[in-house]
Design a protein around this ligand. Structure first.
Ligand SMILES: [Zn+2]
Ligand SMILES: [Zn+2]
Length: 276
């Protein structure tokens, strides 16, 4: 099913690109906006909140971000979290289901999505075995159908740009983190493969996920861009949510540990928490 879904959206995206290369600024802005919200849903909620418990979010914000992430084709919160925790726990070993060491770029970028099988949820995310998350599993297919076909209501160009073209763009933007962000050149076998990739920030709307080397160095930190120039809109959103009382228990990288070379963003004034 995953394979045929991916095949279908790629074919439709290609058709859209050929026949509707210029959809008008309104459709393009809407498509970009939905993808942007979906990216925030993944990085702030799925990744930093659910998978790494680097912060806690108010339930209303948490579920709104889950809605954005699912509408953007990122799957249900429990499977995303299970896959990601398994990735961190088994990274640099063949047990990491999305490791480039298994089958190179294409395995880590796409193939694992339909060939690696499911990781056991009971092992990797028992904390998400709750009605509030199971509820989203039932909505996955209808939400994805609405996401893919909803643009039809606004015409053919909107269909392609709001549906398959947005979904394909968002898919690859995330897949690059599993692939090239783990294909660091010149490393020794078994050495950390993760890396920060500046140009990936443009594809990621600078929401922070491109600082993947930072992230693997301190996975429990809610902040991914550590230097002031390492733009991290996911982090800025968290700081704003925290100021508004909607995010709590925000974990920050400990600057006092050896190797922590970076000064915190001025907003981050509370003491750093120890690493897990
Ligand atoms: Zn990684
Ligand atoms: Zn992570």
């Amino acid at each position: 099913m995953t394979f045929f879904y991916l095949l279908a959206i790629h074919l439709l995206a290609l058709i859209g690109l050929i026949f509707f290369p210029a959809p008008g600024w309104k459709v393009a802005a809407l498509s970009f906006g939905i993808a942007w919200l979906g990216g925030m849903g993944v990085t702030v909620c799925y990744h930093r909140t659910l998978a790494h418990t680097a912060l806690r979010l108010h339930p209303a914000v948490r579920h709104l971000l889950i809605l954005f992430a699912m509408f953007n084709g990122s799957g249900a919160p429990d499977t995303w979290t299970a896959n990601h925790r398994q990735h961190h726990a088994k990274v640099e070993t063949p047990e990491d289901i999305s490791s480039p060491s298994i089958g190179g770029f294409w395995w880590s970028h796409l193939r694992w999505l339909w060939q690696a099988g499911n990781v056991p949820l009971s092992r990797w995310c028992p904390d998400l075995d709750k009605a509030e998350y199971r509820f989203w599993n039932r909505l996955q297919v209808p939400l994805l159908a609405l996401s893919l076909f909803g643009g039809l209501a606004l015409g053919p160009a909107a269909f392609f740009w709001l549906g398959p073209m947005r979904l394909v763009g968002s898919l690859h933007m995330q897949c690059f983190i599993n692939s090239i962000a783990h294909m660091r050149e010149g490393r020794k076998p078994g050495e950390d493969s993760s890396q920060n990739i500046v140009w990936l920030g443009f594809l990621h709307f600078f929401q922070g996920e491109n600082w993947h080397g930072n992230h693997h160095a301190k996975p429990s930190s809610a902040r991914l861009g550590w230097k002031l120039w390492q733009i991290d809109f996911g982090w800025y959103a968290i700081v704003l949510l925290e100021a508004g009382g909607l995010a709590t228990k925000v974990k920050r990288p400990n600057l006092l540990t050896p190797g922590a070379r970076y000064r915190l963003w001025p907003f981050a004034s509370t003491p750093a928490t120890p690493e897990n």
